[in-house]
Write a protein that binds this ligand. Sequence first.
Ligand code: ADP
Ligand code: ADP
Ligand code: ZN
Length: 215
Amino acid sequence: MNIILLGPPGAGKGTQASKLVADRGMVQLSTGDMLRAAVKAGTPIGLKAKAVMDAGELVSDEIVSGLIGEKLDSMAPSEGAIFDGYPRTEAQARSLDEILASRGRSLDHVIELEVDEDALVERITGRYTCANCGEGYHDSFKQPKVAGICDRCGSTEFKRRPDDNEETVRTRMAEYRAKTAPILPVYEARGLVQRVDGMADMDLVSAAIAKILDS
Ligand code: ADP
Ligand code: ADP
Ligand code: ZN
């Protein structure tokens, strides 16, 4: 099974991907996470990507498609892939077709998380993650069960992304509208797109996605 989770920043792609990883043993391929790891490690890709990410603009298609190909090569053929935050442009969508075909894979579903844009700024500015295991949280919508302690790993260290501020979010939403949303009709013509109400509670979103994957 190979699926794409598509939606603007803050739609819930990462939240739902990590649920699928836990429930189904699928592998999450998040280009955002890969790029942040490269920035942290100070690799040549990270050095190139940092300023672009801080501005909320898109990193080059070659870089992100390269990262996706490498990650897929590290996976067993039996492992399902969840593409989270990739593809984000029409060129990336074409690359993904080639990357999958050359590895004997194909796309099963493109799941669009439909969200109300006004809610996204609040989702993004309230977002934080566990610094140790990466579990996602939110100031209003998902606090740890015991304040200050990660539910998953018990760590007391949390972090926020430098690009999760209101100004950058506006740029990221504009990038989504201009460059990413046009991919949808292409997948729609192939009969791959299923829509889910991303404004519903996280568990309801997960249930709707599960229904699609099990259909
Ligand atoms: P994306 O990966 O699409 O940018 P995230 O999964 O990181 O989005 O979600 C953004 C923020 O919104 C996180 O803090 C997350 O906890 C929260 N969130 C995700 N899904 C929902 C939901 N259905 N309802 C309310 N908050 C949500
Ligand atoms: P979000 O979860 O809010 O949608 P991501 O973590 O996916 O954000 O991406 C953070 C940043 O990393 C983007 O604003 C962009 O600069 C860069 N990035 C991530 N994925 C891609 C991609 N597929 N193409 C180009 N840039 C990307
Ligand atoms: Zn943790």
